[in-house]
Design a protein around this ligand. Structure first.
Ligand SMILES: [Zn+2]
Length: 295
């Protein structure tokens, strides 16, 4: 009997040790990947959405509910990107990941969002009321986010602070080197015009010093009307852009229509990790995106 109790106790202790690895639930694959860069083997990380999904709109499935229950840290873009589903998800999360707790990290709360609307009118249906939430395509924001994630992991798991700090240093050095390289490689793109479907790439285009002539969506989240598509077609005819750039989850119809009408090229960019098969980390995401635009 005593022996069974000792074995039982050992089993419980083993389980607790296994559970002690902080579990990071990211809202998007880019933050899962960044958390993994900083946490390495010391953490477990997963993402609520994958690279082929529109992060604005997902259905909260029971499997996701069970993930939020065991999350120690959530990392999301914020600025209302996840407003359609994160509140529901959080209702099922533990106390540590609620608003205001160390386990709750929305990167947009700490960085500068661009494209903040001058007049805020939700009745217009704009899904970027807090400014553009697609912040991970600004390489400088990636560095800031890495430091924020390191600070949170160190709060949640103080025993491993020095490892998290070392990983942050190593990542930042590699990222800064890559960033310097991207600036050089992408030089020919400077000043080039593109058209987007949704405003998914605004931070990237700002970094690359490229111009957005217009978007196929009249307002973020509003599918293009026939009248607006005709306007886009006439803009393309007056100022032919490099391409119409799209994410893996944008609807194909309007892009195809504009391409057929004007002969403009449509370029699909990966947008995030898993947006195309070879894009398996943040370095590959930027490498591949710049490569597609250059070709
Ligand atoms: Zn958006």
């Amino acid at each position: 009997m005593k022996l069974i109790t000792v074995f039982g106790l050992l089993f419980v202790l083993t389980l607790n040790t296994a559970q002690a690895k902080p579990f990071v639930l990211a809202c998007e694959p880019e933050w899962q990947s960044l958390a993994q860069e900083i946490g390495g083997e010391l953490i477990q990380a997963d993402s609520a959405t994958h690279g082929q999904q529109n992060p604005h709109f997902i259905r909260v499935k029971p499997s996701l509910m069970s993930k939020i229950r065991r999350a120690d840290l959530i990392v999301c873009s914020g600025a209302d990107l996840e407003v359609g589903w994160l509140p529901l998800l959080l209702r099922n999360g533990n106390a540590g990941v609620q608003v205001g707790k160390p386990g709750h990290l929305l990167i947009s709360d700490y960085v500068t969002n661009i494209e903040i609307p001058e007049t805020l009118d939700r009745s217009l249906g704009d899904i970027h009321p807090q400014g553009n939430p697609h912040i991970h395509l600004d390489p400088q924001i990636i560095l800031e986010a890495a430091a924020l994630i390191e600070a949170r992991l160190s709060l949640i798991d103080p025993d491993n602070t020095s490892s998290y700090r070392n990983n942050l240093e190593s990542f930042s050095a590699r990222w800064n080197a890559a960033l310097a390289n991207w600036r050089i490689t992408a030089e020919p793109l400077k000043g080039k015009n593109v058209i987007t479907y949704h405003k998914s790439f605004s931070y990237l285009l700002k970094f690359l010093e490229m111009n957005t002539l217009t978007s196929l969506e009249e307002r973020p989240g509003i599918p293009p009307s026939a009248r607006h598509l005709a306007t886009v077609a006439s803009i393309i005819e007056q100022t032919p852009p490099l391409a119409v750039i799209t994410s893996p989850y944008d609807p194909e119809g309007p892009n195809k229509w504009v391409a057929e009408k004007t002969g403009v090229r449509v370029l699909g960019l990966p947008y995030t990790i898993g947006g195309s098969p070879e894009v398996n980390d943040l370095f590959a995401l930027y490498d591949r995106t710049i490569e597609i635009l250059l070709n």
